[in-house]
Ligand binder design. Structure first.
Ligand code: GDP
Ligand code: IMO
Ligand code: MG
Length: 401
């Protein structure tokens, strides 16, 4: 069985899109299994910058793309994304799970309302209705693509949602949803069955999470998290494939750390250094355009990520950006109540981070080698891929995957 699952090791935006695009030419199937259009996965190729939000980032190169049941779908946005992507690949095969839940304008309004209620304690969500869509799924009043088979069911469910939220349905809402549904209805199928059959018959598959390990709803910096499972464990329920289908796991980590939205971030830096690194790395959100918070690479965070996700290797991105920065540091451990901690715990605030410094490597490859070897020693898994620029070809392969 040839399957590989890719996750983000930090708070999202690690450069997963680029790594998925790079690897996807080796796989028949490219599969997305969580999140919604809160994700923004950037691929730069042939002079084009492509930002994926709902469609898997292997769309251009894998034989078939699959949006599995764990994804929550804004139908209008999905239509727009497919129209945009067809410019780059005229003929493609796409499968969308009949069990996927949809995100409506009511969910988006609810997201805004909840954020406003939270006031100073707001999460800083992408305001794309993602939390409410998962809330309605687990509250058992969500709307699935399956429900579109009977417009009466759809109408009733929308009515109930509007009643629960106390937000009136806009006129034409049902018709709009049906319009967007019909445009993609030929892609909708039982993707769990499809994937099982394909893989059983020998197809290879690349599975991708959106977001990052420490904004996982369970294992992240709760409540400053997204509302889905972003860790490798999420791939089974997110696709409807049993754990037997998965054995190889790759984590993507940025050579420094960034975060959008609120929440605990031990190696965060502020002031001039943060601004310089933000500019060097163009650290502005691919979905919302918000400036990303900036910090040093956090080894204790990677250690926990390797364990939580059973990572076999990592891909380290943006080493070109960090190599141009003059003040390179890496957090190696924390101090709390006088004791040293080697692993990140999102629920434990630490007193201090211990750092080691590295020399810049823009003009000195051996300095980069020292940095990579240090990381490998500390986290115990190899850096299999090295990102050295934003383009597809700016990748160095260091180990077989
Ligand atoms: P994702 O959400 O994990 O897919 O990451 P994003 O696309 O949100 O953000 C990563 C950003 O870094 C994008 O603008 C990528 O084009 C860019 N990027 C990815 N890898 C590299 C790299 O190795 N070097 C540089 N300079 N940019 C990179
Ligand atoms: P990709 O896939 C970075 C963050 C938001 C916010 C929190 C909750 O591009 O790595 P949500 O809208 O999901 O309810 O917001 O999660 N967030 C991301 N941060 N990258 C992402 O996706 C993110 N998706 C959500 O900024 O802090
Ligand atoms: Mg992103």
């Amino acid at each position: 069985m040839d399957t590989l699952t890719i996750v983000g090791c930090q708070f999202g935006d690690e450069g997963k899109g680029k790594i998925i695009d790079y690897l996807s030419c080796n796989y028949d199937l490219s599969v997305r299994f969580n999140g919604g259009e809160n994700a923004g996965h950037t691929v730069v190729t042939d002079g084009n910058t492509i930002k994926y939000h709902l469609v898997p980032a292997g769309f251009l190169r894998a034989r078939t793309s699959v949006i599995a049941n764990g994804v929550v779908i804004n139908l209008r946005k999905l239509n727009e994304e497919i129209d945009f992507l067809s410019r780059f690949r005229g003929s493609f095969e796409l499968k969308i799970s009949n069990l996927a839940h949809i995100v409506t304008d009511l969910h988006i309004e609810r997201d805004r309302y909840l954020e406003s209620l939270r006031g100073k304690g707001s999460i800083g969500t992408t305001l794309r209705g993602i939390g409410p869509a998962y809330e309605s799924k687990f509250g058992r009043y969500g709307i699935r693509l399956e429900d579109f088979k009977d417009p009466k069911v759809l109408e009733e469910k929308l009515g109930f949602l509007s009643y629960i939220y106390n937000i009136p349905k806009k006129q034409g809402m049902v018709e709009d949803l049906i319009h967007y549904y019909e445009k993609i209805s030929t892609f909708i199928t039982d993707t769990s069955e499809y994937l099982r059959e394909e893989i059983d018959e020998g197809s290879s598959a690349l599975f991708e999470t959106a977001q990052g390990t420490f904004i996982d709803v369970e294992f992240g910096t709760y409540p400053f998290v997204t509302s889905s499972h972003t860790i490798t464990g999420g791939v089974t329920v997110g696709t409807g494939l049993s754990p037997k289908y998965f054995g190889k796991f790759l984590g993507v980590a940025k050579a420094y750390t960034t975060r959008v939205g609120e929440g605990y971030f031990p190696t965060e830096i502020e002031g001039e250094d943060a601004e310089r690194l933000r500019k060097l790395g163009n650290e502005y959100g691919a979905t919302t355009g918000r400036p990303r918070r900036i910090g040093y690479l956090d080894i204790p965070m990677l250690r926990r990520s390797v364990k939580l996700n059973s990572l076999d290797y990592i891909a380290l991105t943006k080493t070109d950006v960090l190599g141009r920065f003059k003040n390179i540091k890496v957090g190696v451990s924390y101090i709390k109540d006088g004791s040293e901690l080697k692993e990140y715990d999102p629920n434990k605030r630490v007193d201090k981070v211990e750092y080691v410094s590295f020399e810049p490597w823009e003009d000195n490859r051996s300095n980069l080698n020292k940095f990579i070897e240090f990381i490998e020693d500390e986290i115990g898994v190899p850096v299999a891929l090295l990102g050295s620029g934003e383009k597809r070809e700016d990748i160095e392969k260091r180990h077989l995957i």
